[in-house]
Design a protein. Sequence first.
Length: 264
Amino acid sequence: MRYSTQLDYGKKIPLHDEEGLAAMRVAGKIAADTLDFIAPYIKAGVSTAELDTLCEDFMRAAGSIPATIDYHGYKHASCISVNHVVTHGVPSATKILRTGDIVNIDVTPKFNGWHGDTSRTFEVGEVSILAARLVKTAYDAMMAGISIVRPGVTLGDVGAAIDAVARGQGFSSVRDFCGHGVGQKFHDAPQVMHYGQPGTGVVLEEGMIFTIEPMINVGTYHVKVLPDKWTTVTKDHSLSAQFEHTLAVTASGFEIFTLGAEQR
């Protein structure tokens, strides 16, 4: 394994070769396929526990294992975050989806030691105009950050691009959570903030692999973690939406590993 000469918060940043990228293509495809698979099941009346079981069964049938199970004591194959839940929503048999909800499903299958990490926010039936605008903004913000990735760009540039999209719609980008390096480790360097100052931070190099996963709130960016130590909600109880892709920095730009079937 090669490493960048740069450090991120004192940690070495891995630089992956073609063998690593090939492994990530497989893990990333399983992750994306899981979300493609679960989409038709996301409807009013279904519990988040049911969705979690379906995701787990799909990932295992594909030859992978859900990396979240037993990660720091977490017991589920996915994180499922509804409405004002920002991230790390814990699946539950008593949490039943209703028409008008927005729900983020985050999965990380581990295949042959490599992690594919992705999430999408889905709409349950017809949602409010505000909710639909938030979901679109979260996706657009993620893609704005991804679109400028190439060697020589800084992570500050990426964060600023994401934050500009959120603020342009009157929304805010969560600051307490970030994207991260990923590969043979679930969470690695670098940390990828979803706000920042252009020209600052780690300079991107070919071979870096990380997630970009902005959480966009209708209200302020302030959040709080509930007593279960996982579920994170907006402090002002406003809606939150998130999208996540895993990607690599290539010689000329980027490669996304977690594109859904309709995007490939």
